[in-house]
Write a protein that binds this ligand. Structure first.
Ligand code: ADP
Length: 797
């Protein structure tokens, strides 16, 4: 390099050759340039610093590759410290610049450029001394970083000398222990140590003296307020430049939160362990990762048997889909609440459970698995089933009770009872044996049967003839046997022992007597099943209850049958009596009519007329009775003819106007004829009944109103009065046999008129109705079809 140096103005020019060498070899970088900035001398240290050698006479101002200000902004060549010095003719002090070498490395340096003047005092160039401060700066940065770390640390970072006197104290220490830096420095470290732990310090110091580090000991310290703080502490020896131990640095971490978390964790674990519910966790693949005692109790597997296995070992095959659904919910961060399902016990037994599955998330909120709480709900399920069964039984009892109490037909009652009880008791078959004596003298006949074909029973002896049934039918006892084959006496007797081929197989057996109010056995209900132990005490109770209800209904039904037959006898009597009365009445009437023709004096004539009137009334009554019994026995005959109802009604009104003195008949029969087809005498009888009633039941009124109108193909006749009227209740019963309202006292009648009228109108395909207001009057009206239509049920004689 020496050859390249321009000797025109080297240090030797001014200072001599000895100096030249000194500059060349100096560890301080040095170079010079002329007034135009051309570098004409640089020493080794300078080219080392720049990482290159500038070209003498060509490179200007600075020999470095790239230059930057201290803050990193690129520095143009003409702004370099050397250029400034030449420009201003002033020396510059300590200008800090950064340069980059061609190898890419950076150096920091201080430049001390000075202008050079020739002997005439004219500026002829400048020299520059460069001091490399790279290392120094690194150290500074490192220190600043370290102290920033120490200051910003959450941990307490404290140093002390070997006597235990505190020599440094960071913000973390202030936060944890409460003392400020001023308060702490110079104090003895024992101010932080509880009395009972002072010996710890001696031990720590003796370790430190030996150059050992004390790592992560967990202990307790006290803060400024005397509060104890759990900490984890690491103490390291502090050495001076020569390696001598001069103290200790101590990093203390407040572990209250961790301890609280540990305690919480311990508490939670205790809860999980002591829970009666199964608490299980699994990952997103469904692999079991935790398993508590409750899970062991419910599912039968120990923790060791299941950890690492798939949760599907608990899921019945047909429910495997559930797990896919559950996992997909969990993956989406959704929980599943109180889902009722079935899981399998280790033994294979199925257990009804209610499960709640929640996602487990990591600290970033990512789902990493699921926790599952499962509760065995067998008990609830059983209780629910029992309740439902009870409700079903009650409903069944209710329905059976209602239907048998509404029913008066024996066969119907017994069939319902047999069907319901067979179903309720779970029997394979049920039968009722009725206490009737059949032609062969057998007392108990099979009456109704449920669950088995009748032929099966018909080929065997009737139950009374067997030992087995005596207690039920004779002693009136309930017999319930779980396994008839093992029974001491019944097992050896028919129909269960040595039974003929084809006999219905019976192992479980239940028999309940049906006892009448009078105490007699109406019959017995028998149930059988080919398996043992089918009938329980509960079944027995149910059947006994239904049997009691059935007994009441059967008693009623018997009573009903008796009443029915009595009523039939009464009807027979009425028919006979009225028939017998009719003949003498006709004779009496005939004689009276003969006498009336021959009568001489007014008094006899009057008496005969009155007698004839009474005979007519009596005749009508007997006729009504006769008609009633004809209707009841279906023997009321009709003589059908075609006639004009309007003409007939006119005649009736005329007759009435002559005979009825009490009321005026007000009529409006319209203009149209009313040709109908029917029995004119019966229709007349119906109209007379209505008109007689209208007069009879309006004693205080003076008029009754008759009206006839033809609309379309129908004729309607209305008979209206302003009499005593009818209540709604009375209206409902009007047309039944022998019905008379309570307020008819003093008005004669049998209660047959309206009954007969309705029968007549009905049989002519008509309808009869009443409008009435109690105390204000009534309107009875009937409609009949005009001729074109045929008369239903009317027999032509
Ligand atoms: P009877 O008149 O012989 O009692 P009915 O069969 O003709 O028998 O009538 C039955 C009952 O209906 C009567 O007893 C009476 O209470 C009531 N009734 C019938 N017609 C009328 C009417 N026009 N007004 C009030 N009540 C009536």
């Amino acid at each position: 390099m020496g050859n390249d140096i321009n000797r025109r103005s080297t240090p030797s020019d001014t200072l001599g050759v000895g100096f030249q060498q000194m500059f060349d070899e100096s560890p301080i970088a040095f170079y010079t340039c002329d007034a135009e900035g051309h570098i004409f001398y640089f020493n080794k240290a300078a080219s080392n610093l720049w990482g290159r050698s500038p070209v003498i006479g060509k490179d200007k101002w600075c020999g470095s590759w790239k230059k930057f200000y201290a803050d990193g902004t690129p520095m143009p060549l003409e702004e370099s410290p050397m250029a400034n010095a030449v420009k201003t003719g002033q020396a510059e002090e300590k200008t800090e610049i950064r340069i980059q070498r061609p190898d890419g490395s950076f150096r920091s340096l201080l430049a001390f450029p000075r202008p050079l003047f020739d002997s005439d005092g004219k500026l002829c160039g400048a020299n520059n001394t460069l001091v490399d401060i790279t290392e120094q700066q690194r150290d500074q940065v490192k220190k600043a970083t370290l102290s920033a770390i120490v200051e910003s640390s959450d941990d307490a970072i404290i140093s002390k000398d070997l006597n235990g006197v505190i020599t440094s104290w960071n913000a973390g220490a202030q936060r944890i222990f409460g003392y400020s830096e001023e308060e702490a420095i110079g104090q003895h470290i024992t101010m932080l140590i509880p009395k009972d732990r002072l010996s710890e310090e001696d031990e720590i110091i003796s370790n430190i003296r030996q150059g050992n580090r004390v790592d992560h000991i967990e202990t307790v310290r006290v803060d400024k307020n005397g509060r104890q703080i759990p900490i984890s502490v690491t103490v390291s020896p502090l050495k001076d430049a020569s390696g001598r131990i001069v103290g200790a640095s101590k990093v203390a971490r407040d572990i209250s939160d961790r301890i609280r978390a540990d305690e919480k964790h311990a508490r939670l674990s205790a809860i999980v362990e002591s829970s009666g519910d199964a608490i299980i966790s699994k990952n997103l693949e469904g692999i079991i990762s935790s398993w508590n005692k409750g899970a062991e109790k419910i599912f039968g597997y120990t923790e060791d048997e299941v950890i690492g296995k798939s949760i599907t070992i608990l899921i019945p095959k047909e429910r495997l889909d559930e797990e896919t659904v559950i996992l997909s919910k969990i993956r989406n961060g959704l929980a599943l609440d109180h889902f009722e399902t079935i899981r399998r016990h280790k033994s294979g037994r199925e257990i009804p459970i209610s499960i709640t599955v929640s996602p487990i998330m990591d600290s970033k909120g990512q789902v990493i698995g699921a926790s599952k709480v499962a509760r065995d709900i067998s008990f609830q399920v059983q209780a629910n089933e029992a309740r439902e069964k009870y409700t079903r039984n009650l409903e069944m009892l209710n329905t059976v009770g209602k239907s048998i109490s509404e029913n008066l037909d024996v066969q119907g009652i017994l069939q319902r009872v047999t069907d319901a009880t067979t179903k309720l008791s779970g029997a394979a078959f049920g039968a009722f044996f009725y206490n009737n004596v059949d032609r062969e003298g057998n007392s108990f006949q099979l009456f109704t049967l449920s669950g088995a074909p009748r032929e099966i029973f018909e080929q065997f002896a009737m139950p009374r003839h067997t030992e087995m049934f005596l207690p039920t039918f004779v002693e009136k006892k309930v017999v319930r046997v779980d396994d008839i084959r093992k029974h001491s006496s019944h097992g050896k007797n028919a129909p269960f022992f040595g039974m003929p081929k084809g006999h219905f197989p019976v192992v479980s057996y239940l028999a309940v007597p049906v006892i009448s109010k009078s105490g007699g056995v109406i019959g017995g209900l028998l149930y059988g099943h080919p398996e043992p132990g089918v009938f329980t005490a509960e079944h027995e109770l149910l059947v006994v209850n239904i049997a009691a209800q059935a007994a009441v209904s059967l008693d009623n039904s018997r009573l009903f049958e008796q009443v029915k037959s009595l009523s039939e006898k009464k009807d027979e009597f009425i028919a006979l009596a009225s028939h017998e009365l009719k003949t003498p009445l006709t004779t009496i009437k005939g004689y009276l009519q003969v006498l009336a023709k021959k009568s001489q004096d007014d008094l006899s004539e009057l008496f005969l007329k009155k007698s004839l009137n009474q005979v007519d009334k009596l005749n009508t009554l007997v006729e009504d009775l006769l008609n009633m019994s004809r209707i009841e026995s279906g023997r009321l005959n009709f003589n059908i003819e075609v006639f004009d109802l309007k003409v007939m009604l006119g005649e009736i009104i005329e007759t009435f106007t002559w005979s009825a003195q009490s009321h005026k008949i007000v009529s409006d029969l319209g203009n149209s004829e009313a040709i109908i087809e029917g029995d004119s005498q019966r229709i007349e009888q119906a109209i007379l009944n209505l008109m007689t009633n209208a007069i009879k039941y309006s004693p205080k009124a003076e008029e009754v109103y008759i009206n006839l109108e033809v609309i379309d193909d129908e004729v309607t006749v209305r008979v209206r009065d302003e009499g005593i009227g009818l209540t709604n209740e009375q209206k409902e019963q009007l047309f039944t046999r022998f019905y008379r309202a309570e307020d008819t006292k003093g008005i004669s009648g049998l209660g047959l008129g309206l009954y007969l009228t309705k029968q007549i109108i009905d049989r002519h395909n008509g309808i009869i109705k009443v409008n009435s207001e109690y105390g204000r009057g009534s309107e009875f009206y009937f409609s009949l079809p005009l001729k074109k239509k045929k008369i239903k049920n009317a027999k032509v004689v």
